[in-house]
Design a binder for this molecule. Structure first.
Ligand SMILES: [Zn+2]
Length: 337
């Protein structure tokens, strides 16, 4: 009989820019995690699965691991993702209408179970296993604020997945009922339309078009070229006192408070961990949010307020989530669906 510590887990995190792959022992020991990373190629619809297979093979060869020692491969991907068929569909950033992942990976790693999960649902498991303390790990929410706003929820120790694995799409919570701000999903007034990177950019462009607020500092940062505008310049200009940018950043923060309030009303969570590219400007967002929920939470939520935190694993939380998902499946945790 083989000792349990001779068994391994592989994890994969697929994003619009990077593919990350890891192997580690089944006990998820921090210091034993081995990682490889490559740019996301978009030459054809098999480019991603080819990169994934290549990186896993390299990792197991370099660490003298045999395929038979791998108990499962967890694949976390930007969605929408069909977690049964392992196909990513209609993703705006990955380049093809349908990207098959399950078949090509299965072909190469025949006999090893594959587990698919959308990246935010994976990330909350990453926080649960690697980061959260005993008091918070069973009622936990992870929220990414990046190109979009997405979430993952663990409630009473159960990961919430939904019928197709896309539960907790918190970014499309309606935070402004009479809004004219259109979201990537087509609806108006979603949290994502105000607080995501795309949202901040679009709201700034709308406000520039409207021309009511002074934006001299922003335009000078952009060298008068609106096409260069991203959330980063808006946050920078706000720091320097630009009137229009301050309004946009204040909206981003305000609607994040509304979003957190909705999430806490629904899930009654102990802690909410934030991650995602927008957290590079965390100093402009997180302290305001923490202060609000410490001082006057009732404005935004009926339930006792959650602790607001940042994941320390930054860009790696999705990959850790993919590893953790295999562990979660192997331990036969109940998935609420
Ligand atoms: Zn939406």
């Amino acid at each position: 009989m083989i000792e349990i510590d001779e068994k391994y887990i592989a994890g994969v995190d697929i994003g619009g820019t990077w593919i990350r792959v890891a192997v580690c022992p089944v006990n998820l020991k921090e210091e034993s995690i081995r990682i490889k990373i490559t740019k996301t190629l978009k030459e054809n619809k098999y480019s991603i699965s080819n990169s994934v297979c290549k990186l896993i093979s390299e990792l197991i060869d370099e660490n003298y691991i045999k395929k038979t020692q791998i108990l499962g491969i967890g694949v976390a991907s930007a969605g929408p993702l069909n977690t049964e068929t392992g196909v990513v569909f209609n993703n705006a950033n990955l380049g093809f209408r349908e990207i098959p992942l399950k078949e090509p990976i299965e072909e190469k790693f025949h006999g090893i179970p594959l587990y698919f999960i959308n990246d935010c649902n994976g990330a909350v498991l990453g926080v649960h296993y690697f980061e959260a303390d005993g008091g918070e790990r069973d009622n936990l929410v992870y929220i990414t604020i990046s190109t979009g706003v997405g979430g993952g929820v663990i409630c009473n120790g159960h990961l919430l997945l939904g019928k197709e694995g896309n539960a907790a799409e918190v970014g499309h919570a309606l935070v402004e009922p009479r809004s004219r701000a259109q979201c990537n999903c087509g609806a108006y007034g979603c949290w994502e339309a105000y607080s995501s990177g795309t949202g901040v950019r679009n709201r700034a462009l709308d406000a520039l078009q409207e021309g009511k607020l002074n934006a001299d500092i922003l335009m000078s940062i952009l060298e008068e070229d609106k096409s260069k505008l991203t959330a980063k310049e808006v946050f920078q200009a706000a720091r320097e006192g630009d009137e229009l940018s301050k309004k946009i950043v204040n909206d981003c923060i305000f609607y994040t408070k509304v979003g957190i309030g909705i999430v806490n009303n629904y899930y009654d969570c102990t802690s909410i961990y934030f991650g995602g590219a927008m957290m590079k400007d965390k100093e402009q967002i997180i302290p305001h949010v923490i202060e609000q929920f410490e001082r006057d939470p009732i404005k935004f939520t009926m339930n006792h307020p959650p602790k607001i935190k940042l994941t320390k694993y930054r860009d790696e939380i999705g990959l850790r989530g993919a590893l953790a998902f295999v562990k979660y499946k192997l331990e036969n945790h109940q998935v609420i669906s």
